[in-house]
Design a protein around this ligand. Structure first.
Ligand code: MG
Length: 414
């Protein structure tokens, strides 16, 4: 049976106030379609345009089963490649083609990846708060849900939105102000306090979000060593990963890195030189399931475990892709999970009505007692109600949280 691509469209929706982009690939087989995540929340219109104006004409009439051919065709067609907008657009189609392959074979995707090597996926959640007591209370709530690994942040990533601190220069511009030296001291105090309260009953994670200078990052890593973290996340920004060999030689703290990566050149040496312990990438940012699975297998060969990015600004299709890979990966480490069940601490304030996400998307991977389970439906197992999705239009407002500033008012990577 020769099933080919008949139509490709994008569905932009923000049921929780976070822009999500879904790609729907329709086929010549009546009723058969695939869905994929192309969510680049902060450039959603550009991704939509790229899918509809450039990738759709490229793929109409192509065999839906030839995913590797389709991926390379999309990846190479514009000559310049590996950018985040392009990769997210490719991801939407790549995931949809995998979804179709699963539906045609009647199997969930983890089965096509080699089958289950674990029944459920252990996940880590985010405990945020204004001080150690608040964070500890949230850790206890997660422990009651069976969560064993918790990421702890004091006030998000340490930068509060303001017109500038008192010691900022005259005319300083508003932004998310962060004092890196104070942040290092406060973070050390936070983990000291949490270990005193929680003992060794929980695995702790912290995300630096690449917000400090490389020499400060080395100091932070050494300062946190006594608190036995499961890993320290994104200690350096993408642009400064050349510091890793020096950092690695100075600290024994396990490192997880990579949620901003776009390009194999960014992770290959990190994996093959054992400069990181956990590879964490954002699957749509790589271009979907095809490149993510290749990276997972590369990492397995070098003893590097996976900790895929699973934030609020990712659609349920992207989360489901993570879970299907996790179930079938021998080198799985842990999965970040933003979840739909309370307490749901994600970076952004949720603006949509409660459960709106579940009105739009059905088949979400199920969380129970510390584990997430893929449903056993063919493909990714997720469907979308397009009429519900249309009730929640995307937000075109200027993105503010990425405007991180140092005490002197200059911009720093977010
Ligand atoms: Mg992170």
């Amino acid at each position: 049976m020769n099933v080919v691509v008949q139509n490709i469209k994008t569905i932009c929706t923000a049921p929780e106030g976070i822009n999500l982009i879904v790609v729907k690939v329709e086929t010549t087989e009546p009723g058969l379609y695939g869905l994929g995540c192309a969510t680049f929340s902060y450039r959603h219109s550009a991704v939509k345009l790229l899918v509809e104006a450039y990738l759709k004409p490229l793929l109409i009439g192509k065999n839906v089963g030839d995913i590797e051919e389709a991926w390379q065709l999309m990846h190479q067609n514009a000559y310049w490649r590996n950018g985040p907008i392009e990769n997210n657009a490719i991801s939407g189609i790549d995931m949809a083609l995998w979804d179709i392959k699963g539906k045609l074979s009647g199997k969930p995707l983890y089965d096509l990846f080699g089958g289950k090597c674990r029944k459920g996926v252990p996940v880590y959640r985010h405990a945020d708060g204004n001080d150690a007591s608040e964070i500890y209370e949230n850790i206890l709530k997660f422990r009651e849900q069976g969560i064993t690994h918790v990421r702890c942040q004091c006030g998000g990533y340490g930068g509060k939105w303001s017109d500038g601190p008192l010691n900022a220069p005259r005319g300083a511009i508003a932004g998310a102000y962060l004092d890196p030296r104070k942040y290092i001291r406060d973070t050390a105090d936070l983990f000291e306090s949490i270990r005193v309260k929680a003992g060794r009953s929980v695995e702790l994670i912290h995300d630096v979000h690449g917000r400090i200078a490389a020499s400060d990052a080395i100091e932070l890593a050494k300062t946190l060593e006594p608190y036995n973290l499961f890993f320290l996340e994104d200690i350096l920004p993408l642009e400064q990963i050349d510091w890793l060999p020096r950092l690695r030689s100075r600290t024994s703290i396990p490192l997880a890195l990579g949620e901003l990566f776009n390009n194999p050149a960014e992770w290959r040496l990190l994996v093959s030189d054992h400069l990181i312990d956990f590879i964490r990438i954002h699957n749509t940012q790589l271009g979907g399931i095809t490149p993510t699975r290749k990276l997972q297998i590369l990492a397995e060969n070098f003893g590097v475990r996976t900790a895929w990015h699973g934030p609020g600004d990712m659609s349920p299709l992207g989360h489901a892709a993570n879970i299907h890979l996790d179930i079938a990966s021998r080198n799985f480490g842990i999965q970040e999970w933003s979840g739909t069940e309370p307490p749901n601490f994600i970076l952004h304030d949720l603006k949509g009505p409660k459960d709106a996400l579940l009105d739009v998307f059905s088949g979400m991977p199920e969380f129970k007692d510390g584990y997430v389970y893929a449903n056993d439906k063919p493909g990714l197992g997720i469907d979308i109600d397009e009429r519900e999705a249309a009730k929640y239009p995307c937000d075109d407002a200027v993105v503010k949280w990425t405007q991180t500033r140092l005490p002197d008012g200059s911009l720093h990577t977010p």
